[in-house]
Design a protein around this ligand. Structure first.
Ligand SMILES: [Fe+2]
Length: 469
């Protein structure tokens, strides 16, 4: 039962220890049960010893009383030489108590004149050595003896009548009765001790539940608060310290959640402000070159349309759209005489142009919540066969969003006029993209892009409506 409650230690969000309950319960059991056990054993031992002593004392006194009664009753009959009276006295005494093993009356010559066993009459009294003297009760002496193989308490009481000593009454009392009584009492005490022990076990279980149940509820509340699940107030069902703690926890959790919501709202507003600013920068960048006006927006629309066809979620599409808007942000650092150059670029100028993905990542690095766009912006000029730049990564190493942007980027570049050439037709641009499937572009993505562009004109209203741009 205890082992079932033990949970493995887990560390959740924010280093939250997910273990609960078993520690307190184990401690309660570990402390209370041994204590109760020791208490029960001690009380059982004391009660057993006291009972044994009481029973033994009662038996000794009872036997001594009977022996005295026999001695008192036998005096007259012994002096009057009345064997019938003595026989009746002996047999009645013997029959009065099942613990009486024998009754004997002897005269001053130690000859048995009356005995419950007829065979003993008229014979000298068979004295046996005492094993243990048990004391005297008035004029009666008690000894523990073994007679005919049985352990007995033997009482000896002198018989006097009219001031004369006329004989001795002997009474044997079996110790079996005492042993039986002691065994019976011991059984009852042990049964009571077992019941108390079981009750203590369940009592401890109940007590631990009173403590661990609210603690577990609080723990679950802390976990739900820490893991940003929908927080449900923890029920406070008592008015004790744990109840007060639970109510205060609920109030604290509500405050934290309200502050968290306000912070998230502020962060979202801040992020939107930053993104709007970057959009403006991207649009300004496009506007630097009349030939690339609106390039980022068109690239974002086409890559998102392809992403939607590939089954991307709204969240992924939102990230893709932003990354597409930012993809050429690094060109802000490219001088106009390089960016707007009509003639062929020199090798140095080409290298300067090729640096714009890295420059873009450096700009995005300035705001932590723009960091997630860095891999895509950095890799939008990588080639499927690894011959792209700046890192020369290949195939699946290139982020999927960067591969989509690369397709839209190439298509838009080919279908817009440049100072040094006329725009290609859309079909010619698609053919060109397919010519580079497996080298510059992923074959599957190039096919999907071509299919999309042929099925739906690039800036068709259907696409525009399907995109949250
Ligand atoms: Fe670019």
């Amino acid at each position: 039962m205890i082992a079932m409650d033990i949970e493995t230690k887990e560390t959740g969000p924010g280093g939250i220890d997910r273990r609960v309950g078993a520690g307190i319960r184990l401690k309660l059991f570990g402390f209370l049960l041994p204590l109760v056990f020791l208490l029960i054993v001690s009380v059982t031992w004391v009660v057993t010893e006291v009972t044994k002593s009481t029973l033994r004392r009662d038996l000794l006194q009872r036997g001594a009383a009977i022996s005295r009664v026999v001695a008192l009753s036998a005096g007259h009959s012994l002096l009057a030489n009345d064997p019938l009276g003595l026989d009746r006295l002996v047999s009645e005494t013997r029959a009065s108590d099942p613990d009486i093993a024998f009754v004997a009356i002897r005269d001053n010559s130690d000859v048995v004149v009356a005995h419950d066993l007829v065979t003993e009459r008229g014979k000298p009294y068979r004295a046996v050595p005492p094993l243990l003297p048990l004391g005297t009760f008035g004029d009666t002496r008690a000894d523990e003896v073994v007679r005919d193989g049985r352990r007995l308490i033997e009482y000896t009481t002198p018989i006097s009548f009219a001031g004369r000593h006329v004989g001795i009454a002997s009474l044997g009392l079996s110790m079996q009765g005492l042993a039986n009584a002691q065994r019976s009492i011991r059984r009852r005490i042990f049964a009571a001790a077992a019941v108390i022990l079981v009750a203590a076990f369940f009592g401890t279980l109940l007590l631990s539940s009173f403590i661990t149940t609210p603690v577990k509820r609080l723990h679950r509340g802390v976990l739900s608060l820490a893991s940003s699940e929908t927080f449900q107030p923890v029920p406070a069902r008592s008015s004790d310290e744990l109840g007060a703690l639970t109510r205060n926890f609920n109030r604290m959790a509500e405050t934290i959640l309200a502050q968290k919501t306000a912070l998230q709202k502020k962060a979202l507003q801040l992020e939107e402000a930053y993104i709007s600013m970057v959009r403006v920068i991207a649009a300004s960048l496009d506007a630097r070159d009349p030939y690339t006006m609106g390039h980022s927006t068109r690239v974002a629309r086409m890559s998102c349309a392809l992403g939607r066809r590939l089954g991307m979620s709204e969240g992924e599409l939102s990230d893709l759209e932003r990354a597409a808007i930012f993809h050429d942000l690094g060109k802000i650092q490219t001088p106009d005489d390089v960016l707007l150059k009509v003639d062929r670029l020199s090798r140095a100028e080409e290298e300067q142009m090729k640096n714009h993905p890295i420059d873009g990542t450096e700009i995005l690095r300035m705001a932590p919540f723009l960091h997630r766009y860095i891999p895509v912006v950095r890799s939008h000029h990588e080639w499927y066969n690894g011959e792209g730049y700046p890192d020369g990564i290949r195939g699946g190493e290139i982020p999927l969003h960067a591969q989509l942007i690369a397709l839209a980027d190439a298509f838009d570049a080919m279908t817009t006029d440049r100072p040094y050439r006329q725009a290609l037709s859309e079909e010619a641009a698609i053919t060109e993209i397919l010519r580079f499937r497996g080298t510059q572009f992923s074959p599957e993505l190039a096919d999907a892009f071509a299919k999309m562009m042929r099925e739906t004109p690039p800036m068709d209203e259907t696409i525009l409506k399907s995109m949250a741009l």
